[in-house]
Ligand binder design. Sequence first.
Ligand code: TNX
Length: 482
Amino acid sequence: MIPVLIPRPRVVEEQGGDLFLLRRETRIVTRRPKLGEYLAGLLRPATGFALPVTAGERSEGDIVLAGGGAAGDASEAYALSADAAAVTITAEHDAGLFAGIQTLRQLLPAEIERDTVQDAAWAVPAVTVEDAPRFSYRGVMLDIARHFFDADQIIRLIDQLAAVKINHLHLHLTDDQGWRLEIPGWPELTRSGAASAVGGGPGGFLTTADFERVVRHAASRFVTIVPEVDMPGHTNAAIVAYPELAPEGYAIAPFTGMDVGFSSLSIEAEVTYRFIDEVVGHIASLTPGPYVHLGGDESFATKDEDFCRFIERATAIIAAHGKTPIGWHEIGLCRGLPAGTIGQYWSYRVPQDDAGERARSIVEQGGSLILSPADAVYLDIKPEAGYPLGLEWTGAPTPLAQVVDWDPATLVPDVGEEHILGIEAPVWTETIETSADLEAMVFPRVLGVADMAWADAATDVPRRVAALLPRLDAAGIRFGPA
Ligand code: TNX
């Protein structure tokens, strides 16, 4: 019997022969020592086996990671085969070997996820797998502005998400309630600007070294960090730090509530654009990934015409620093976006107001879309009525069955799959304060997101996710309602 795999691979075939048994003598044979050590690090705690990593000749009973290392386009395609003689994962790129390793984890008994030695028969069924993702962008967004999450907490989340082949983590670094990243030359951002949070908590921020550590760890898990500095709205914390960034007459005071849409940077003042240039320049220099996200959502305190003047300048600044801008779909109001600008759609499964038009405008200007329909993949919305954590502004809770009840190829009218970069599940943190809260809201629902973004069609998701719960439990993930 082949265990449930999430995300579901393209092709899984059960083979007739004997299964593979991971034993005390098993070695990991590969020319990619980092990936070999990563796999050994996953398998050693529960098995208690030494699992040496070697570049030598393969022999009976080994796990083999073949290929990898090819330069250029980082395809995540891989093949895996297991029989009595060996488990072999083959891929052209390291990203594919990494994806295959996640599949191998799920082919082993759930106890493999425990961090102490278990008494188990470490069998892998005789199987062949051929696999590649539907979408290249499979993301989660963590808001560290409403409540702060530190580098260790972010790293824990990255490891949990990488296991289900999520490959982008968007960090919402700034909002009205707090500024969360140190910026050289602007020390007040992380003094006064970081000292608040929703509900009046202590706040906090990532130092440059913290951010670099997160980026490095993410890269080792084949996860791209997408940093967001939200503007021109959602900027009260920046204004508390530097009042010269405010429009005339703005009442300057820290904000610890949950309202949105009241703040704006000054559109007129040149200091605003010097500020953006230095912030974006610093973030771009720390971020190996191709994107900088500039927010642009809910700028209700900014007139449309000012909004577009601002967005056109801010996106040009991002492009000048060598990054591709991403903005929430509101920026599609504006017609002067740099080529390739990406829109993040966050309206409902049925587009509300002009969300569909704005998203489509971004595609018409040569860009593509990341899809985050709020009544499906907003993991900060309650999973069930009465649940203590979470918001409910979408009108109803979002159980797992609803997370996957939509079609990326038809969500935005007249925008086909070729213009969809992928899917992202945002986690806003107005009500989420700890890693335990976060895990309860993210898991198990993110498995539905991962399945939809990777697999060609997400079918039978609630039953398949239920089968994976013992594995989440073994991994120490404090998941919420299934
Ligand atoms: C809307 S979604 C927001 C956020 C809130 C979120 C709460 C979006 C682009 N903006 O500011 O945190 O709703 O679910």
